[in-house]
Design a protein around this ligand. Structure first.
Ligand SMILES: [Zn+2]
Length: 306
């Protein structure tokens, strides 16, 4: 009766070995999305170099010796962009290289970006009096005054170690007339002042300007930091979710592998048992007749007693 188990055992093993695991449910879609970043537009003032085309406009801004305002403003914009990007702000530049861009086109780019704040970067000049110095923040309309004051306060603090005077804020309605978001024009120092011109050539002074404007931007709207925290939390949650999914997939793979090995070992053991019983059954020798030793002893002891 044991031999028929051999095909049954083999069939079981084959079924276990060839069965594929049921595909896991597709990874669940995140039930939330990463919040939109806070957008800020930065305008590196001036730009462009003369070309072979005489009709092509170019604008270096203030030029003192070999120093040109357009190069300083682009460098300041890049430094400020780096600081803002660490705060997960989306930064839009009105020009990213040495290009001439019309004021109206700059504003179009700002408007199209969906920026909530706008910072135009320049350096100041005063022809005829090289002693004039200091940092000034211009704003176009009164609705930009709080933003101008926040940037002025932070920039004043940041430039204090360099003894650059804080000249405060001033309205300049002719600048950025179409502005409908908080807008400032930053003039951190005078290129026509020898001491400030040499400071403007230093990387650490430029970092201090960028840091001051950055701090003022952050202080002007708590929503920037709130958005940063929100994006950071969402990114962390998504990363944890992806990690958990990867761990679950690895776990499922280990379970499948263990099940396959279990089936292989089980099949081998089953096969061995069946073969052993089959071999025993075929080689079993006829048993010798039982030896009636007990009855003989009993008979002998009985005969001794009598
Ligand atoms: Zn300028």
């Amino acid at each position: 009766m044991r031999l028929p188990r051999l095909p049954v055992g083999l069939a079981t093993g084959i079924v276990l070995l060839t069965s594929t695991p049921v595909a896991r449910a597709a990874a669940s879609e995140p039930s939330f999305v990463v919040p939109s970043p806070y957008v800020i537009a930065i305008d590196p003032g001036h730009g462009g170099s003369p070309t072979s085309d005489p009709t092509q406009l170019w604008d270096p801004g203030v030029v003192v010796g070999a120093i040109m305002e357009k190069d300083i403003t682009l460098d300041l914009a890049r430094r400020l962009r780096t600081l803002l990007q660490k705060e997960r702000v989306k930064v839009v530049l009105t020009r990213s290289g040495d290009q001439y861009v019309e004021i109206s086109e700059r504003w179009n780019r700002v408007h199209a970006s969906g920026a909530r704040l706008f910072v135009s970067l320049h350096v100041n000049a005063f022809d005829g009096d090289p002693s004039i110095n200091g940092a000034t923040i211009f704003y176009p309309k009164s609705d930009s005054l709080p933003f101008a004051q926040a940037v002025d306060a932070a920039l004043g603090q940041s430039l204090k170690p360099y003894q650059v005077a804080d000249d405060g804020v001033a309205p300049k309605p002719e600048l950025w007339v179409h502005s409908d978001i908080p807008t400032v024009t930053v003039e951190p120092a005078y290129l026509t002042n020898a001491r400030e011109a040499s400071l403007l050539e230093q990387g650490d002074f430029r970092d201090a300007i960028a840091q001051g404007v950055f701090s003022g931007i952050l202080a002007s709207d708590p929503q920037i930091e709130a958005t940063n925290q929100q994006i950071a939390r969402t990114e962390a949650t998504l990363a944890a979710q992806h990690q958990a999914e990867a761990a679950a997939a690895a776990d499922a793979q280990r379970t499948v592998t263990a099940a396959r090995w279990g089936a292989i070992v089980g099949g081998i053991v089953l096969l061995w048992l069946v073969m052993r019983f089959a071999i025993r059954r075929q080689t079993r020798l006829p048993q010798p007749p039982p030896y009636r030793r007990r009855s003989y002893r009993r008979r002998r002891s009985v005969s001794r007693r009598f």
